[in-house]
Structures are given as structure tokens and as C-alpha cells.
Design a protein around this ligand. Structure first.
Ligand code: FMN
Ligand code: SF4
Ligand code: FES
Length: 577
């Protein structure tokens, strides 16, 4: 008889274990000394004082990181460690989150903190068409880097006034070197609120009467769901899922239920949500509260991108006023601030971000309506989708459904930018064509520009030639058969002065930057595509292979849609590549 193999376990004692791995044998010895950095008392006291009596709940991590970044201009390693200690979280979790979001500056021991003022120059497509690259290099040549840091940044949701620059938290449109430097020198670095219809004006126009009638039992939730279904309203964040049906599905889920409003609006070319939040924020808030009442929601989280700082402040204040007026009913509402990550517009990534984590999209099923925020059934909606709820219920579903051209149903808010005379948000019938939109709503092409191509759905929705400007701009087959989609209804117009291949490269660089890195086809695929698309001559076979892998194997819509513009160039503009 031979002895069984002998293994050594944690405690160092020998055990006869046979061929099997003994349970527990993989555990490591407890460390005999504390690893990692020592907690610094000064940092600990500063963080304690900064957080004050704020909750230490883990989902507030991003809010607390903002607090430190806003106060100190960066996140030092010592502050991160003190925050982890204060929130009883592992340092790795805090570091992972802080390093995921573009608006946090981590400064390790011995590193120099960033300059006191940061100027971000938007380099996404509409701003690039308006000369952002030149603006950025001129700014770099004209500022003292010890005082001002110039960085590039993705779309800031103001593409109609390109090129756009953010000085501290102040956004400047149609920017040039002189205006930017003057604003920086004058300390114009704070966000400027632009609310048009305030609470008093909204209430005097009949605002919140519908909500009060719901609370008073004058409406029935099932009838409201039916009205929303009959109106044909579809999700306006990009996917176009029927909204009434979503309310119905959520109402069938067990309680408690939550609601996450998507105000991330990161799709380059899109700025309609900002428009509505600035023009008429209470119509949005009333729509949100009606949806919450109908679906018996316990708590609403409104997630707003960090590029809209004045809107975050305004919404927090206005929600407070609604609480004072007793208009929140049974519902709690909390406004959360994003931190610079396009992927957090994807609803499951937004949910992760609201939970205080990195914005990594989740696999589905389960869908958020079944298991979303904190694993509870969650209604998710784009800002604009709920904005229409009050009008649809008050005016009746036909008011909305009777709009539309051709097969189109309802109206849509197109964010139009690029080479048109009058860019901006255009409320037009669903199913309108690009040519009609340009001619009837945008005053035609900009002077000196001939219509060459257009993006029907922001960065992700592909590119079409002007010869296909008669295609209906709506969800579904009409665009799909050309490899495109309307998504968030962001129309970017290109002219004979523009290179479509350069536009596609700009978009792919955006996707490379914004990929969350969770899956290989997207993380490596976007990087490889940028490399191939930067060459004078494109390797079409290789790019087509890459496209297939990315579309078939990426986890979420970012990686699946990223090859669309590149595929459009190969299909419609072969002479450019
Ligand atoms: C990469 C990616 C980015 C997205 N960004 C946004 C966004 O910024 N805002 C938004 O409302 N929806 C965005 N969506 C769509 C959301 O996942 C989701 O469909 C939407 O918020 C649901 O609300 P709705 O039904 O009202 O449209 C994005 C989707 C993907 C795949
Ligand atoms: S497709 Fe891209 S963004 Fe989406 S999960 Fe994968 S790596 Fe992240
Ligand atoms: S603000 Fe620059 S592209 Fe949108």
C-alpha cells in the first residue's frame, strides 16, 4: 500500500488529501502585517468633516467622490483611502469607481495635482466640424499650463452651438480663443441656470392639476396605462420600446418598485433632454410623478449627466419645493449626478452607476422591469418620454397618435446640428425625412454648403448619403434596411466640405474612449478599428470581419452599434476609403 499525496494547508499542518483538492486548501495565510497604505489622520479628519452627517450608504459613493473633487480639485490617494475607511468599503472598490469616470482626477502620492482651472474642449463630431481641433491647439498655445489645464472631452449636449467649451462648470457655445480666455480670466467658471418656465408659471398654466387629480382618485391607473398604450408613445432614449406597455409590465411586478430616469444624454449630437429640462422642467417632473403614481413606485432616481450641472442644482431645488407643497405624495425623489461616462446612458449601466458602482452594463435577462435597481423591479425612462405624459393624458391619446407623416406615429424632438442654417431642437412629425427636416425646419443648408450625407441617429445610428434623404426618420425597417437607426433622433448633417471617412473615424474614436472595457469584442474591437481606419487605405475585409465580431459578440448596444458608421462608409462612400 502506498501513501496518498500529502498537501500543506493554511496552518502549515500536513494532511493526507488523496488526489482531490482539499476544501479550504486554496486559502492563503492571514497576513502577519497590514498591507497597503496607512490611514493618515489628517485625511481622515478632512473626509469626516466634509461628509458631515451625510449618509455613508455605499450607493452614495459617486456623490461623495464629487464632493471631494469639487472641494479639493482632485482625489488624492489619502482622501480616497479615508473615504473607503469612512464608508466601510474596500479601497479597491473606491479606486475602481473613481478611476472609471472621466470627471474624477486621481492624484497618487508624489504626483502633481491638476491646474486649478480645467477647460474641456468638445471634440465630438458637430464640434469637430465647427473647428474644435484648431480651437483646442490655439487654447493650448495661449494659456499657462500651471494655471489652466486644457483637455478634450466628448459631446457636451450643446451641438447646436458648436464648438463648445466647458470652463470649470460654465459651458460656452460658439467658442473662440478670445471668448474662452476672457471668461477664464474673469472667473466665469460657474454653471448658469437657464430655466424658462418656472414653478409659478407652470402652476398658473394648470400644472400639477392632473397629478393632484390622480392623488385624489379621479383617475384610474389602468386607464392611464391604456391611454399611454393608445397614444403609441415610444421610449425616446433610443430603443423605442412602447412606453405604455412598459408601465403595464412594471405594474405586474411585486412591490417595492423603483424608477430610474435617464438624463445621461451622452449620444453625440443629442441635446433634446437638456432643451426640455431647461425650457419646462416641471412638465418633466409632473410626467415623472404621474408615471410613479400609476406604477406605484416607492422611489424615483433622476440620473443627470455631469455636463448639465445647472440642471442638477435646479432639479434638486425644485424637487424640494414640490416636497414642501405636498406634491410628491407617497413617492421619494432623489437626483443623482453622473460623472462623465457615455456608457451610463445604457440603462443597466445607469442602474449600476446609481448604485454607486462602475457603469458596467448587465447581461439580460433579467430586464430592469423585473430586476433593476438594488435588484428590485424598476421602471426606466428617458427624460423626454415622461415629459409627454401630462399632455397625452390631458389631451387624449389621439392628440399624440394622430401626428406623423407616412407610417409615422406621434411627433419627435430632433436634435439637429452640423451644416444647416438653423440648428436646434425641432419638434416634427415622426416619419419626416431628412430633406424635409432640413428644408422645412432648419432653413436649409448653411450658406456655402451642399448636402452630402447625414447621421440619422447620432454617433451610433450609421451614416446615409444625401441621395437617401427621402427615407422616413423613425424606428423600424425604413432605416434599418440601410444599416441605420434613428435612436435618440439626433440628425447631424454633413456637406461637400466634409470627409465622411473622417467623421466615421471621429465616431469610432469616441466609442473606443467610451467603451466600458467589460467585453473583448468592444474593448479591443473599437481600438483595432481606430487603428485600421486611421490608415490611408482601409483594409475592407478585415474591417468587415471586425464588424461581424463586434455586432454579434458585444454585451451591449455600444459595442454592437459602434461599427455602424464605419460600415456605412464602406457601403455608401467607397471612393473615400
Ligand atoms: C450605449 C447606449 C447609450 C444610451 N444612452 C442613453 C441616454 O443617454 N439616454 C437615454 O434615455 N437612453 C439611452 N440609452 C437607451 C437606454 O438603454 C434605455 O433604452 C432608455 O433609457 C429607456 O427609456 P425609454 O424607454 O424612455 O427610451 C442608451 C443605450 C445604449 C445602448
Ligand atoms: S459592448 Fe462595450 S460598453 Fe458594452 S459591455 Fe461590452 S465593453 Fe462595455
Ligand atoms: S457639444 Fe460638441 S458635439 Fe455635441
Amino acid at each position: 500500500m502506498t501513501d496518498a499525496p500529502v498537501s500543506t494547508n493554511n496552518s502549515g499542518k500536513s494532511r493526507k488529501s488523496g488526489k482531490k483538492i482539499h476544501p479550504g486548501s486554496g486559502r492563503r495565510k492571514a497576513p502577519v502585517y497590514n498591507k497597503g497604505r496607512q490611514l493618515d489622520q489628517g485625511h481622515e479628519e478632512e473626509i469626516k468633516a466634509l461628509l458631515g452627517d451625510r449618509s455613508r450608504q455605499h450607493d452614495l459613493l459617486i456623490e461623495h467622490l464629487h464632493l471631494i473633487q469639487d472641494t479639493y480639485g482632485h482625489l488624492s490617494a489619502g482622501h480616497l483611502q479615508a473615504l473607503a475607511h469612512e464608508m466601510t468599503m474596500p479601497m479597491t472598490s473606491v479606486y475602481e469607481v473613481a478611476s472609471f469616470y472621466a470627471h474624477f482626477d486621481i492624484v497618487l502620492d508624489g504626483e502633481t495635482p491638476p491646474a486649478p482651472l480645467t477647460i474641456r474642449v468638445c471634440d465630438s463630431l458637430s464640434c469637430q466640424l465647427a473647428g474644435a481641433a484648431t480651437l483646442q491647439s490655439e487654447l493650448e498655445n495661449n494659456v499657462d499650463p500651471a494655471n489652466i489645464r486644457i483637455v478634450r472631452a466628448p459631446c457636451m449636449g450643446r451641438c447646436d452651438i458648436a464648438p463648445v467649451v466647458e470652463i470649470g462648470h460654465n459651458h460656452i457655445g460658439k467658442a473662440d480663443v478670445q471668448s474662452v480666455i476672457a471668461a477664464a480670466n474673469n472667473g466665469e467658471t460657474h454653471a448658469i441656470e437657464e430655466t424658462r418656465i418656472d414653478l409659478d408659471a407652470y402652476v398658473s398654466g394648470g400644472g400639477y392639476e392632473l397629478l393632484k387629480a390622480c392623488y385624489a382618485g379621479k383617475y384610474n391607473a389602468d386607464d392611464i396605462v391604456k391611454t399611454m398604450q393608445d397614444s403609441g408613445l415610444r421610449g425616446l432614449g433610443g430603443a423605442g420600446f412602447p412606453s405604455g406597455l412598459k408601465w403595464k409590465i412594471v405594474r405586474e411586478q411585486p412591490k417595492p418598485r423603483l424608477f430610474a430616469i435617464n438624463g445621461d444624454e451622452g449620444e453625440p449630437g443629442t441635446f433634446k433632454d437638456r432643451h426640455y429640462l431647461e425650457q419646462d422642467p416641471h412638465r418633466f417632473l409632473e410626467g415623472t410623478l404621474i408615471a410613479a403614481w400609476t406604477c406605484e413606485i416607492e422611489k424615483v432616481y433622476i440620473y443627470i449627466r455631469d455636463e448639465y450641472p445647472a440642471i442638477v442644482t435646479m432639479l434638486r431645488r425644485e424637487v424640494g419645493r414640490l416636497v414642501d407643497m405636498g406634491l410628491l405624495g407617497e413617492t421619494q425623489v432623489e437626483v443623482r449626478r453622473g460623472a462623465g461616462a457615455y456608457i451610463c446612458g445604457e440603462e443597466s449601466a445607469m442602474i449600476e452607476s446609481i448604485e454607486g458602482k462602475r457603469g458596467l452594463p448587465r447581461n439580460r435577462p433579467p430586464f430592469p422591469s423585473e430586476r433593476g435597481l438594488f435588484q428590485l423591479p424598476t421602471l426606466t425612462h428617458n427624460v423626454e418620454t415622461v415629459y409627454w405624459a401630462r399632455d397625452i393624458i390631458e389631451r387624449g391619446p389621439e392628440w399624440f397618435s394622430s401626428q406623423g407623416r407616412g407610417e409615422g406615429n406621434g411627433f419627435r424632438s430632433f436634435s439637429v446640428s452640423g451644416r444647416v442654417k438653423e440648428p436646434g431642437v425641432k419638434v416634427a412629425p415622426a416619419g419626416i425625412t431628412a430633406q424635409e427636416l432640413i428644408d422645412e425646419y432648419c432653413g436649409g443648408m448653411a450658406d456655402g454648403h451642399t448636402f452630402k450625407a447625414y447621421l440619422p441617429g447620432g454617433a451610433s445610428g450609421g451614416i446615409l448619403p444625401a441621395s437617401l434623404s427621402d427615407v422616413a426618420l423613425d424606428f423600424g425597417e425604413a432605416l434599418f434596411k440601410h444599416g441605420c437607426f434613428v435612436g435618440s433622433h439626433a440628425l447631424i448633417v454633413l456637406s461637400d466640405k466634409d470627409s465622411v471617412r473622417d467623421a466615421a473615424l471621429n465616431l469610432m474614436e469616441f466609442f473606443e474612449d467610451e467603451s466600458c472595457g467589460q467585453c473583448t469584442p468592444c474593448r479591443n474591437g473599437t481600438a483595432k478599428a481606430v487603428e485600421l481606419m486611421s490608415k490611408d487605405k482601409w483594409d475592407i475585409d478585415l474591417l468587415n470581419d471586425l464588424k461581424t465580431v463586434m455586432m454579434d459578440a458585444s454585451i451591449c448596444g455600444l459595442g454592437q452599434a459602434a461599427p455602424n458608421p464605419m460600415a456605412s462608409v464602406i457601403r455608401f462612400f467607397p471612393e473615400e476609403v
